[in-house]
Design a protein around this ligand. Structure first.
Ligand code: HEC
Length: 258
């Protein structure tokens, strides 16, 4: 019996252990698709700082306007820097060949990234928080979530510049290497990030900024989620009401049986 229970506990713990064993811990972004102001700020940041390299070809400017509550003028003036039409999708002027030549790798389309990543918006949030100085990289930056990534830290002015402090992997009594406790970076164990020079924002402000971008990317990865939220409330209310009706009906039927 104890063995059976132990197996059960192990089975239940397995997915958690797997997540903990992942190379670098992902922080909760606490995004909220119901927060329009956050989505609007995220959209502006995305178009200003990301769309110069990344496209989001599955979403149209007109759809963004409708879903996050902006007018055509606002979108065309504040979000569209590539001369696109209101009905166009978010494309990028840079060709994949140019990107490869300048950056070493093409910048992938970001339409579905929040869904493609297992931890969704939380992954993007942690990614945007974890760029650190690495002189061995062509652009001078590295990232524990995408080791050897070719993307420079485009938001460094806001966050500031950080370097990573690591320690060797722990060893067991036999001298065998063990897994890192707080994640892995640069082939060693992550200890903490250390500020080299501060940015324009405090840590809390910067977290808010990248939360907005992650929120916007979560939205573009599944615009239908906005509608589902709207209808969801009515579906739940209807179900509650219907359950009540069914219960009344049951009472009515059973009255005759007793
Ligand atoms: C200077 C060009 C450039 C800019 C600007 C840029 N990126 Fe990138 N980004 C890249 C490149 C190149 C890669 C591919 C990295 C690799 O695979 O080595 C990348 C990768 C990514 C990835 C990982 C995608 C994946 O599928 O693994 C995410 C997420 C991302 N960028 C988000 C952003 C966000 C958000 C912004 C705006 C704040 C941004 N990027 C701005 C060039 C850029």
């Amino acid at each position: 019996m104890t063995k059976f229970l132990a197996t059960l506990v192990l089975a239940a713990a397995a997915p958690v252990a797997l997540a903990a064993g992942a190379k670098f811990p992902v922080e909760a972004a606490n995004t909220n698709l119901g927060d329009r102001a956050s989505l609007q700020r995220g959209a502006a940041m995305f178009m200003n700082y990301c769309a110069s390299c990344h496209s989001a070809e599955l979403i149209r400017f007109s759809r963004i306007a409708r879903d996050i509550g902006l007018s055509e003028e606002q979108v065309m003036q504040n979000l569209n820097f590539v001369g696109a039409k209101f009905q166009d999708t978010v494309t990028v002027a840079m060709t994949p060949e140019d990107a490869k030549a300048w950056l070493g790798a093409p910048a992938p389309d970001l339409s579905l990234t929040a869904r493609a990543k297992h931890q969704g918006a939380d992954w993007i949030y942690t990614y945007l928080k974890s760029f650190y100085l690495d002189e061995s990289r062509p652009a001078g930056w590295n990232n524990p979530l995408l080791p050897g990534a070719s993307m420079p830290h485009v938001l460094w002015e806001y966050q500031g510049i950080q370097r990573v402090v690591t320690e060797p992997r722990p060893r067991d009594a036999q001298g065998r290497e063990q897994a890192c406790r707080h994640g892995e970076v640069a082939n060693a164990c992550f200890v903490r990030f250390e500020t080299v020079s501060p940015g324009l924002m405090t840590e809390a402000e910067y977290s808010g900024l990248i939360r907005d971008i992650s929120n916007f990317m979560e939205y573009i990865a599944e615009p239908a989620a906005m509608e589902r939220r709207k209808y969801g409330v009515w579906v739940v209310l209807f179900l509650a009401f219907f359950t009540f009706l069914a219960w009344l009906l049951k009472k009515e039927y059973w009255r005759d049986v007793h």
